[in-house]
Design a binder for this molecule. Structure first.
Ligand code: TXA
Ligand code: MG
Length: 350
């Protein structure tokens, strides 16, 4: 398949490109598009054939449901049942934005889109290109992250091109995503709202609007619990770089000493990378690649760099990766959730 590749400036959107993308979706095709979190791989959410194509093009297991993206709040009532007042409050505060909410689904949403579940995940993204595209596409775009299943999520048009070229009809490239981590997912289908995936909208931000929320215990622990996560996608070995990754936790000086010791002892044969805060970058001599993850007081930057860092390790054929811990107050939970998964729960305390 020949993939159309178009750059669209979010500040000056070329509506002829968006019109073409919308037509492709309405005719049952697939288009990758930017959002404020990560790039999405879009298809018509109400067309079962489109959802089947999404699974196929990503190599994604078909029991892993897709998020339905809307571009106007009122459209939620077309696809979701029992939208409770708490959900409405969250939407008022954080939509459009990096938040996904789960409700019982209406029959118009095909089982193919929800992986056979009777619930539907809904998100109203804030990225201007995403919003225009969803409108032109008919209002309901099913979209997982636009990566090959198992690869880190794409946060630039180039990442999407590397993974999806030749597999989908079109890619809209609007540069780098601001947030760089997938949306927070909150489930409203049980008694207490529950966070199924941490993201930019953190627990404190949710508490402020709707009070207490539960957290899926299978997702939030640092250790593997053996429990089944409620968001089917969270069970897969996602975000995995090709190399073996270890997170080193502890006081900074000890972490640096431990990693340097490992670099020395593994220097023969292995290609080693370290993911480090800016202030520590020069301290890891002897590593083949030291990725500057940014500053601890700017965790947006750390989040935005993370998937690119993992992809760089792959591009440079790194086989051993060490990472510092990035337990910042706001985004730390979301960042470490992805990193711990990338490391296959391989954490060393020093
Ligand atoms: O930021 C995001 O959410 C991005 C952009 C493109 O919007 N999308 C994204 O989609 O991350 P994906 O498919 O990579 O992750 C969706 C997650 C999966 O873990 C899936 O299992 C879960 O949401 N999910 C979707 N529908 C669900 C449902 N009805 N019940 C429980 N989990 C659901
Ligand atoms: Mg994904």
């Amino acid at each position: 398949m020949n993939t159309i590749y178009e750059k669209v400036d979010p500040e000056n959107i070329d509506m002829s490109v968006i019109g073409k993308a919308g037509r492709i979706i309405r005719e049952g095709g697939l288009v990758a598009f930017p959002t404020e979190t990560v790039y999405g791989l879009g298809g018509d959410a109400l067309n079962p054939e489109s959802s089947r194509k999404i699974y196929e093009s990503k190599g994604r297991p078909s029991d892993n449901p897709l998020i339905v993206h809307i571009a106007e709040f009122s459209r939620i009532y077309d696809i979701a049942d029992k939208v409770c007042p708490e959900a409405k409050l969250l939407a008022d505060k954080y939509w459009p934005g990096p938040l996904t909410m789960i409700f019982n689904k209406k029959p118009v949403v095909p089982d193919e889109t929800t992986g056979g579940l009777n619930t539907v995940a809904v998100r109203f993204p804030s990225h201007p290109v995403a919003r225009e595209f969803i409108r032109e596409a008919g209002g309901f775009v099913a979209a997982p992250s636009a990566n090959i299943s198992g690869r880190p999520s794409p946060t630039s048009g180039e990442h999407v091109l590397n993974d999806m070229n030749g597999r989908i009809d079109m890619i809209i490239d609007s540069g780098e995503c601001n947030i760089g981590l997938e949306s927070t997912i909150v489930d409203f289908t049980s008694d207490v709202p529950m966070i199924l995936r941490p993201g930019y909208v953190n627990e404190k931000m949710l508490n402020k609007v709707i009070g207490d929320v539960a957290k899926d215990p299978a997702v939030f622990g640092r250790e593997l619990t053996g429990q089944k996560p409620k968001a089917p996608g969270m069970k897969y070995r996602h975000y995995a770089p090709k190399g073996t990754m270890t997170i080193v936790s502890g006081e900074t000086e000890k972490v640096i000493a431990y990693i340097n010791g490992q670099i020395e002892s593994k220097a023969l044969g292995a290609k080693i990378a370290v993911l480090a805060l800016s202030k520590d970058v020069t301290k890891y001599r002897g590593a083949d690649l030291v990725v500057d993850m940014g500053h601890a007081d700017n965790d947006i930057e750390i989040a935005a760099r993370m998937y690119d860092a993992l992809r760089r390790c792959d591009d440079e054929n790194i086989n051993v990766i060490f990472s510092e811990e990035f337990n910042t107050p706001d985004l730390g939970m979301a960042i470490m959730n992805r990193l711990i998964k990338a490391a296959g729960h391989n954490i060393i305390k020093v």
